[in-house]
Design a protein around this ligand. Structure first.
Ligand code: SF4
Ligand code: SF4
Length: 245
């Protein structure tokens, strides 16, 4: 990596962290090019790298997720964990895009996903795959990106680029024999199968079952409050990131 690119990468990281981003990494996404091209078009092969940005969630909010009947908690979860965190991530991703472009590189931001289901439909590349390839965590049996420090209690955005940034090394998964996310899901959306990049997500997760459940939940008294968010029990229960009670 040239000194210029090294300096640019350092500047990107300092800016992101200075904005409040806890997780910053660079990924070699060439192994995901076939998938990306299928979803978003052949032009995506011109981006060999990605910047991954992660924002840690409020433990105080996530710890209360299981109380689905509490209007204030549901509103707080939907607003802060989805609306505000996604806007924050998208804003920092745009900042990264401008910096890369000003340095003479192509850069394409990928928005922070709205929900687990939307993440699979967002096209281009999964934010979680980019974070995994950056070495920031592993894909758990919950199909979430699990970090050693905060478990799945983080949300993600990505910037695709042709800047030859130094990529991280994908992290080995640390789920072991744990099946807590599989067991807590009210609609058995997870099969408990470990992540394999060569297998379709359907082998591990039924996104439609999760989506239908959350739509139904939204059609109850909590409908307007919870619209756009998921029940989040799989985020709450993961022992990585959950403080002992
Ligand atoms: S968000 Fe809820 S319904 Fe969806 S997979 Fe997680 S635990 Fe299951
Ligand atoms: S709850 Fe257990 S199995 Fe599920 S992602 Fe976390 S560590 Fe892995």
């Amino acid at each position: 990596m040239s000194k210029d690119v090294e300096g640019l990468q350092g500047e990107l990281e300092r800016t992101a962290r200075g904005s409040g981003i806890e997780y910053f990494g660079a990924a070699d996404v060439t192994s995901a090019h076939d998938h990306m091209a299928r979803l978003g078009g052949e032009f995506l092969r011109t981006f060999p790298r990605a910047v991954s940005l992660g924002s840690r969630l409020s433990d105080a909010i996530v710890d209360q997720i299981s109380d689905h009947g509490n209007e204030r908690l549901v509103r707080s979860y939907q607003w802060h964990i989805y609306e505000i965190t996604n806007r924050f991530l998208d804003s920092v991703a745009l900042q990264m895009t401008k910096m890369l472009q000003a340095a003479g590189y192509q850069a394409h931001p990928i928005h922070a996903s709205q929900s687990m289901d939307a993440d699979g439909l967002s096209g281009m590349i999964s934010n979680k795959i980019a974070a995994h390839l950056s070495g920031l965590g592993w894909i758990g049996k919950s199909v979430l990106l699990v970090t050693p420090e905060a478990g799945p209690r983080a949300r993600w955005a990505t910037v695709l680029t042709d800047a030859p940034l130094e990529p991280g090394k994908p992290m080995e998964r640390r789920c072991g024999d744990c099946t807590e996310c599989v067991e807590i899901c009210p609609v058995s959306a997870f099969t408990g199968v470990d992540f394999d990049p060569l297998e379709p997500r359907e082998k591990r997760f039924d996104a439609h079952v999760c989506s239908d459940y959350n739509k139904h939940r939204h059609n109850t008294v909590m409908s307007k409050l919870a619209a756009g968010s998921n029940c989040g029990l799989c985020v709450y229960i993961c022992p990585h990131g959950r403080s002992e009670e």
